[in-house]
Structures are given as structure tokens and as C-alpha cells.
Design a protein around this ligand. Sequence first.
Ligand code: SF4
Length: 231
Amino acid sequence: MKNKTEQAPGEDPVQAQDLPAGKLSSWLRLTRRAQGATDEISVPCGACTACCQSSYFIHIRPDETQTLDRIPEALLFAAPGLPKGHVLLGYDEYGRCPMFVANKCSIYEHRPRTCRQYDCRIFPATGLSVGEDKALIARQAQRWKFDVDTPRERRQLTALQAAAKFLREHAACFPAGFVPTNATQQAMLAIKVYEVFLEYAYDPEKAEHREQEHEIAAAVIAAYEKFEAGQ
Ligand code: SF4
């Protein structure tokens, strides 16, 4: 859903070779900064169009009038749980966005903000799997290779993956609904709260660590609230 949405007809939407994902620390800083903003995220994903063909519901906000003007109303429906005016664009029986026509986005210049901000590097960064219904993105996610060169970047990567694992395995320690069931949203939550795991080297095999579960969950909630307040 990024820089390029054109690919040759019949071409595999995901290529085989590794893709440089950039320096982990830079990517993490920019990704955290982009949350809540309206800016486009630059993702060097080449000709990959996996995210346009992966059974995603695309959220479109009421202020995206240029986008809404270009999508037939019949393709949109109210976004559950969100205020009036927020809509979702669905997908066809092959998981393809209806605006993906002749192997490219037919409204590329006016594509939704959700598409402009999608970045499947969140999966290799957090170690989360994208889900069985998104095989193309899973393949693309495996191609990304971050530069993790410094001790700080190694700690960041460990903390990101520990955050994602803790959220996934300890949803019951949080208020209902705090940990999303959707892998993309789980990864974004892990990115927002990862700093907690720079401090806590949580190891569920250790009894003394297991006793810290609720303390860690409270720290995660506090980190999330701080992050959101800083937007
Ligand atoms: S609107 Fe559809 S086709 Fe266009 S970038 Fe988004 S997901 Fe891809």
C-alpha cells in the first residue's frame, strides 16, 4: 500500500530476495513518531503489492474526503465501534481490495491514509506472525532484514520482541480489550510500550519473574497512556 502498486501481470506479488529494512533504531523512532500523525510512511517495499491482496479491512476516516470521493459508496460500510463517518473498505473473495485493479491501486494518488501508513516491517521487528490468512505478507515480512549493529539496537530488538510476546501471552493481566486480537494492532501496541521491556528482562521460566506479571502489566498500561498523551 506504499510507494509502488504496479507489478507485471502474472508476476508473483512478493519477490524472493532479502530487502534492507534500514537501521532498527531509526525505523523505530520514525514509526513511533508517525503514530497518530497523518504523514505517509516511506516503506522501500519495491513492487510488492501483498498488502492490497491480503484480506484487510481498510479504515477510512471522515476527513479523507478526496479518498471517499473516489470509492463507490456501495463498497464502504460503517466501521464497528468507531464514531459515525468512519468507514471500512472490504475485500473480494480472493482477499483483494476492490480498488486494486489490473495489478495496481486504481486510486493511488488518493489512497487511504491507512494504506499510506501500512508497514509490514512491524512483524519482523516484533517477532509477531501476521496470521495464517495473510500468507503473502508473511512472505514479504520474512524478506526484511534490519541493521541491528549496536548494543542499543540489540536491546531494542530484544525489548520489542519481549513486549509482543508478553502482550500476546498475558492478555488476561490487562483490562478487557486492552490487548488487540489483531496481529497488526498487537505489533503497534508492542512498539508503543517496548521501553518497559528495556527494564524488565521477563523470563516466564523463572518463578520470581512470573510474580512480576501484574507489575509489568501496570507498567505497560502506564507506558501506553504516556505514549498516547504525547501524540
Ligand atoms: S486502496 Fe486498496 S489497492 Fe489502493 S493501496 Fe489501499 S489496499 Fe491497495
